[in-house]
Design a protein around this ligand. Sequence first.
Ligand code: TMP
Ligand code: ASP
Length: 345
Amino acid sequence: MTFLPLYGINVSENPTYEGDDMNKIKLIYEGKAKKVYETDDPTLVIFEYKDSLTAFNAQKKDTMQGKGRLTNLISATFLKLLQDKGIPTHFVKLLDDNHQLVKRLKIIPLEVVVRNTSTGSLCKRLGVEEGLDLVPPLVEFYLKNDELGDPLVTEDHIRAFCFASKPQVEKMKELSLKVNDMLSKYLYERGIKLVDFKLEFGTDEEGNIYVADEISPDTCRFWDLSSKERLDKDRFRKDLGNVLEAYEEIWRRISQPKTTTQKRYEARLFIYLKEGVLDTQGKTVLSSLHSLNYPEVQDVRVGKYLKITLNSPSHQEAEFKVKKMCEDLLVNDLIEEYAFELEEI
Ligand code: TMP
Ligand code: ASP
């Protein structure tokens, strides 16, 4: 695997360091990957991202110099991006290489996992094949409890044991799916598939919900779009090597300005009814053909053909956009299927 050198933080759309006016007063919590400090302001805390890496509920541990800097920078970039797009997050500002200032929240004791592709514990638990596209994405809840190994919980468990209220569960789901849409698109444009990720949420004094904790290769699965190479903590979990280099690659792709040269594409889209769905138009055409003396015709299925012309910086992004249009509007996935050809014109 070859990686390009690490880039700096001086790119305008990324958060810049603003660390001069905040002091760590007291360590209030130390987790596996972060330390949390009180500040002079009771509504704010400082997160220090550590160089330690753990997996399988800390049964596997290591330290990699520079890892905390990368997860801090990557997480700050994602949280700021989401914040700028209207998602409430705890992020306030990036202080320096390893520190960021965030809102002090009461953490809801649940981890929300969104999955776009089957892998990891999902495949182990259900015995399903790896790499299946999950449309619509799966949303799962896990109880935040290291002693129990963060077990999967249903919404009924959450309700029965008051881990969160029903409106909180609804809000967490809604925000997680929005985060998924925004990050999937952002990463796709940078040649990265967002396979799955974990979010945590917290509430402020007024009960408002925010995305909390971190979003980084420690808490997400990122696959290179073309090679499917793992660019996340799975490299550590599975002893694949080059862990830090993979994190650097993610940082390189998100800290570089995106190229904006547009090309024009034509998508030829075919939409047809799924096998087994009654096709009344097809049946009408079939009986007309029979009455015009074409007894050899066995079946007719009628579909739709759409020609869509669109601008896009890349073939990959155009493909992503056409799929999204199909999911959002053009195809009723209960009864229809689609296929398309895409060509630069
Ligand atoms: P899983 O397939 O192991 O359940 O992981 C799903 C996603 O959640 C994956 O992106 C990694 C992330 N994750 C965490 O951030 N923390 C954890 O403790 C676990 C188990 C997974
Ligand atoms: N986050 C967990 C740990 O630190 C598990 C994992 O990410 O694989 O042990």
